[in-house]
Design a protein around this ligand. Structure first.
Ligand code: SAH
Length: 506
């Protein structure tokens, strides 16, 4: 029988650390049951119709700790649905995957277990602590830190752990760190053994502290280390200066608000995360179908009439060519019509339809596109501008100087900020370092949604505004707020470059 329930390891926090099999399982899920240790970005792999249920796990001592989640899983699987139980790290390492598999077995429900990168491995790689090393450690022990070493009923043999010839990794032990260190030292472990605590390993929120075993509890307390965190004890911790790489990334730990529409945020989010930042997505605008396709359909019906078809965004390309196909026409409808794209992203969108832009200006703003077109087009040419239902009018005005310009709205853009979005609270609390503003419309939508507390954070320099171009910067300044970082060529890559430069200098 095919599995109905998948017990899937989601990895330690970085969404890229989920396995390919985890993604395959999510793609076929009817129900995803996840908890706070699983990266939210993975939920996007589940179909939109899938029910996504967040569960809060009860304290480890609670008698009913896993029952409600187990019941939920059994109930949904019993209804014939495909259930993915997504778990932080690996399902069988302190994940109670074993118990859940037993319950499924007892209920006669077929299941599959998908391993994940357990937190110890995530922390090892991202904090630069090789768990084994030919010179320093030939064994690793994965230990629960949940046991109170002071209690007589502790199931752990602290003498054996103190003598263990290798690296010790404690899960769930931060609250009991002092007692753990004491128990190890009392049982003979050298108090000078290098040790570390790693909070939220593999994410932009990662925090690593190092000290001798004897001093680690105080250092962790002073640094305010909270769960989820691992404690790693062993000589290998001393290799961090050579092996650590993640915390050295240029945007490490910076919280960066991404304000693009959800479907388009992915690229920026991935790039920021690869630079060590914590991207937070707050879509400022949403892309919708235009209210009325009539004008677009008329243009499509007689496309060859136009000498130039001009696109000012990748969205415009997808919307226009999508509509063309919807009308059961294909690329031949374009005939000899020449194509202009405002910048590299728009040109790339054209290429995805096997089309080359005949013109892409050297700089990517309406003024530059207009200037480049004016050099190329013949007087009296017919120009079709495919664009959003709102935006600047520069291009039409400029082109109208030599040709006949027809402007069609191939998509609508609406403000879309959810008033209760948690990112707005983070802004108020001053927890966001940068707000990226990737168009004038986005800037206007975001800035209009900010209350006084948020504006104050920007004015005081706690939160900085990052603008994609001088035009967007001018709009931001007109709204009374300062721009800290500005891209010169209006691409998001350039914006990230500018942000890295600013960060180096600041
Ligand atoms: N099944 C999980 C462990 C669940 S127990 C796994 O294989 O990783 C929960 C404990 O895991 C936390 O208390 C913490 O000690 C550890 N943990 C999980 N994710 C972590 C992370 N990203 N960084 C540090 N510790 C983490």
């Amino acid at each position: 029988m095919l599995p109905r329930v998948f017990l899937v390891g989601a990895g330690p926090g970085h969404p890229g650390l989920a396995t390919l099999r985890a993604v395959e399982c999510l793609r076929q899920a009817d129900v995803v049951i996840y908890d706070k240790l699983t990266p939210a970005a993975l939920l996007d792999f589940a179909p939109t119709h899938a029910e996504k249920i967040g569960v809060v796990e009860l304290g480890a001592d609670h008698v009913e700790r896993s029952q409600p989640t187990q019941d939920l899983m059994l109930a949904h699987a019993g209804q014939g649905k495909i259930v993915v139980r997504l778990k932080g790290g690996d399902p069988l390492v302190f994940g109670r995957g074993g118990e859940e598999a037993q319950a499924l077995h007892a209920a006669g429900i077929p299941f599959e277990i998908v391993p994940g990168v357990t937190a110890a491995l995530g922390a090892a790689a991202f904090a630069g602590i090789p768990l084994t090393h030919r010179k320093h450690a030939s064994a690793v022990a994965i230990v629960t830190g949940h046991e109170d070493p002071g209690k007589p009923e502790s199931v752990l043999d602290w003498q054996a752990l103190a003598r263990f010839p290798g690296t010790l990794v404690f899960y769930m032990g931060i609250a009991r760190l002092e007692r753990i260190a004491k128990a190890l030292i009392e049982n003979g472990k050298n108090p000078q053994t290098p040790a570390a605590a790693v909070h939220w390993a593999s994410t932009g929120a990662q925090q690593t502290i190092e000290a001798s075993l004897a001093e680690l509890p105080l250092v962790a307390k002073n640094a305010g280390i909270t769960p989820p965190a691992l404690i790693i004890v062993g000589e290998v911790v001393s290799l961090r200066p050579e092996v650590a790489w993640f915390e050295q990334l240029p945007l490490f730990g910076k919280r960066v608000l991404v304000t693009r529409p959800k479907q388009q945020a992915g690229d920026l989010v991935t790039k920021l995360a690869a630079l060590g930042a914590v991207p937070i997505v707050l879509p400022a605008v949403e892309i919708r179908e235009p209210m009325d396709w009539a004008a677009v359909d008329r243009a499509i019906a007689d496309l060859q009439r136009y000498d130039w078809l001009v696109f000012t965004s990748a969205n415009g390309v997808y919307a226009f060519l999508g509509r063309l196909l919807h009308q059961r026409r294909d690329l031949r409808a374009l005939g000899q019509t020449r194509l202009a794209a405002i910048g590299p992203k728009t040109a790339a969108a054209l290429r995805s339809f096997h089309l080359f832009g005949d013109l892409v200006p050297a700089k990517y703003q309406s003024e530059d596109l207009a200037a480049a077109l004016l050099e190329k087009i013949k007087p009296g040419a017919r120009i079709l501008l495919a664009r959003a239902d709102r935006g600047r009018d520069v291009l039409r005005q400029e082109l109208a100087k030599t040709g006949t310009v027809e402007q069609i709205a191939v998509y609508a853009q609406v403000d879309a900020i959810e008033p209760n979005h948690p990112a707005l609270d983070q802004l108020r609390r001053g927890e966001i370092d940068f707000i990226t503003l990737t168009s004038s419309n986005i800037a206007k939508a975001i800035l209009a949604a900010l209350d006084d507390a948020c504006r104050q954070r920007i004015l005081s320099g706690r939160t900085r505004l990052v603008s994609i171009s001088p035009v967007t910067s001018a709009d931001i300044r007109a709204l009374g707020l300062p721009v800290a970082v500005e891209a010169k060529t209006a691409t998001s890559d350039d914006m990230i470059e500018a942000l890295i430069e600013w960060q180096k200098g600041g």
